[in-house]
Design a protein around this ligand. Sequence first.
Ligand SMILES: Cc1cc2nc3c(=O)[nH]c(=O)nc-3n(C[C@H](O)[C@H](O)[C@H](O)COP(=O)(O)OP(=O)(O)OC[C@H]3O[C@@H](n4cnc5c(N)ncnc54)[C@H](O)[C@@H]3O)c2cc1C
Length: 307
Amino acid sequence: MSEFPTVFVIADSPEAFNELVPAAAALGAKTEAIYVGADEAAARRALALGAGRLHVSPARTGQIFEDHADTLAALVKGSGAALVLMRADKRGRAMAAKLGVKLGAAVVNDVSSIEEGVFGHMAYGGLAQAREKPGSPLVIATVAPGTFKAVEMESGDGAVEKLEFIEPKHPIRLRQSKARQASSADIGKAKRLVGVGRGFSKKEDISLAQKLADAIGAEIACSRPIAEGEQWLERERYIGVSGAMVKPDLYLAAGISGQVQHMVGVKDAKTIVVINKDKNAPIFRFADYGIVGDLYKILPALAKALG
Ligand SMILES: Cc1cc2nc3c(=O)[nH]c(=O)nc-3n(C[C@H](O)[C@H](O)[C@H](O)COP(=O)(O)OP(=O)(O)OC[C@H]3O[C@@H](n4cnc5c(N)ncnc54)[C@H](O)[C@@H]3O)c2cc1C
């Protein structure tokens, strides 16, 4: 029996539907998708993935995702929906907060499981898992990427229902927008990952990790300081509570200390191999196999042995 009568999925990128629409269809008796953006053709995949209806609020020049909150709230209100799913990214969390206020709904962020009306989610930056049963008739949940199995789909057919835009009373003024640097990385899909941490002294040395990654068919991932502080790798490559949550078969971490904010992102890796010169580094507590030693010697030796 379905847990919820109607489940809405809201997204500002069509790819988000691949994971969220099948999950909504499994949880609810009826699924409806709402897309905010300009790529209506790609958003039609929601219909192929199991949504009964697709509503579109077209992108508007000078306005951002959150400016569509009144438009979306008007649709969800009175629809009988009991659950709204969104991605747990910056925009998703901001929209969830606005909708929560407008619809008087409970908001649960970073949800990692939904079972019998109980929402599991990370708490205290990954130090604990909380389980909550919200009391409100409508719950808005932002879902951590990788929580549900994605179904690969790029298009679909069917009618789209255009939403009439409701001007927000307090719009957010868009002053400037800059294209993000394109990333070749999709570490969420990789079966094997080699993680780069602050144990690397300079950007050029990442080639040592790349050589090992090439030898074993892995992608390069990293800790947050490598992407956000040093900016040696793209943001899409960093693992953890504020980065990507991944479930590879193998995670080989080199020069990473193993702080909880990082490790929570790889807690579902099947095998964790660690290289660290400090035998007391916390990451060894998570390791299936650990090598105490200098990554500058061990990485080339492993790449040679496995290449
Ligand atoms: C709110 C919040 C959110 C955060 N979110 C994230 C997140 O999502 N992801 C994330 O990664 N971090 C996150 N952080 C940061 C996190 O707390 C750590 O600071 C970070 O993960 C540490 O990165 P690191 O392990 O690469 O560096 P360090 O902690 O500096 O560790 C470097 C390690 O390399 C080892 N080492 C040094 N030289 C060598 C060598 N030659 N050979 C072998 N080993 C060597 C050292 O022994 C050490 O253990 C967050 C922090 C906060 C406060």
